[in-house]
Ligand binder design. Structure first.
Ligand code: GLY
Length: 405
């Protein structure tokens, strides 16, 4: 098989790493550069759909949300190429918070109370205390503000309208839910959803969940306390009605459905949907795979997921993201990455904000790379991950010390 992966970040490095190990895959192609991609990966030249058609690609795996919202999966399907990713209409589950919230209401999917506002005054009028303020459109992970007071919410509304312009032509004000969060990521084939192992992201920048939100500072997989019964409940109350509802509304969901779920005292409630693997959740998920996932990706793309769940390794994974100091604010780039831990069955490095500059790999973004480690227990996975992180060397390197803690 010839498989094309769209995107070049840490999530896509993990996907390429997993796909490259499949005996079914003869050739991998990529649209972006990443220092961790195999040297023999083909780099797509020109427009990826036309390239995929010309090259006879057998499967396309789309990493990020933006090309999905832009309709790349529709164009690939129209050209007869199997693609793991929803069309633009179904991608609205992520690209419009208002769409996702009204969809959940229509299908009785548990979620926080909400209201949508197309001007700042109306949003201000809806604030009665602590709440969550969300830009309606895609905002690169920076459109959600958890406001712990009414004053903070008013500031957030002004900030969102000012900062995000068109993306914030509408703002959603949501009830603030309390409880631990879990990311339930499922492969969907248009009619069925097969949940993968549960993951937990660590979104805040500093230890003990302090500081600003980031794209994600680390993740664990699976999540202690999130057992098969809880996953079955999320499947029956969230995933299955979502896939059925999207099909009934003429927008069948084929691809990766990510439900960010708050485990509240009154049961699991959806915080957000994404229409792709989480980043960094994808990194430990790929390292936990106990079988080749390429047939699963293809089966989802072809509307034929098996009636079972994928097999997973025993034990647990911990992924720690190493960032450029200053992230998520001002950073400097171009620093040589002079050491990373060696890959083994216990650990792997996935590159994200890194680039090859002549002979050397240098930093090029905020989240530079992650060390993902496996262990027989969550504690041993955590120990191995941090031992690996200590070996990473580049100027300004920083990380959270409590991922998986
Ligand atoms: N880790 C959160 C996300 O991928 O949106």
């Amino acid at each position: 098989m010839k498989v094309l992966v769209i995107g070049g970040g840490g999530r896509e490095h993990a996907l390429v790493w997993s796909i490259a190990r499949s005996p079914a895959v003869a050739q991998i192609a990529v649209t972006d550069r990443n220092p961790g991609f195999p040297a023999d990966a083909l780099l797509v030249e020109g427009e990826p759909v036309a390239w995929a058609v010309a090259e006879g690609v057998d499967l396309v795996v789309v990493g990020p949300e933006a090309p999905l919202a832009d309709g790349i999966a529709d164009r690939l399907r129209a050209a007869g190429i199997p693609v793991l990713g929803p069309g633009a209409a179904a991608a609205q589950l992520e690209s419009s918070k208002a769409f996702a919230k009204s969809f959940m209401d229509r299908h009785s999917i548990p979620t926080a109370g909400w209201s949508v506002h197309d001007n700042a005054q109306s949003a201000h009028d809806a604030i009665t205390g602590p709440c969550v303020v969300k830009a309606d459109g895609l905002a690169g992970g920076k459109g959600v503000i958890v406001a712990q007071s009414a004053a903070a919410a008013h500031t957030a509304v002004d900030d969102v309208f000012e900062r995000f312009g068109a993306a914030a032509a509408r703002v959603v004000i949501e009830e603030l839910l309390i409880g631990p969060e879990v990311s339930i990521i499922a492969l969907c084939d248009g009619t069925r959803a097969v949940p993968l192992l549960p993951c937990r992201d660590h979104k805040r920048r500093y230890d003990n969940d302090q500081g600003p939100n980031t794209g994600g500072m680390g993740a664990i997989c699976p999540v202690p306390g999130v057992d098969a019964d809880l996953i079955a409940q999320v499947h029956s109350e969230v995933l299955a009605p979502t896939v059925a509802g999207m099909a009934a509304e003429g927008m069948p969901f084929t691809g990766v459905l990510y439900a960010g779920v708050m485990l509240t005292e009154s049961g699991p409630k959806v915080l957000e949907f994404n229409v792709r693997f989480g980043d960094p959740e994808c990194q430990p998920l790929m390292f936990m795979a106990g079988e080749d996932l390429v047939p699963w990706f293809l089966a989802a793309a072809q509307g034929a997921l098996p009636e079972r769940s994928p097999r997973w390794r025993e034990g647990a994974c911990c992924c720690v993201v190493v960032v450029s100091g200053g992230y998520p604010g001002r950073i400097t780039t171009g620093h040589p990455i002079t050491a990373v831990p060696e890959e083994s069955a216990e650990q792997v490095v996935f590159y994200a904000g890194a680039a090859t500059d002549g002979e050397q790999v240098v930093t090029s973004g905020g989240r530079v790379l992650s060390v993902t480690a496996w262990g027989e227990t969550p504690a041993s996975a955590q120990r191995t991950a941090y031992a690996g992180v200590e070996l990473v060397q580049f100027a300004t390197a920083d990380w959270r010390r409590d991922i998986g803690g």
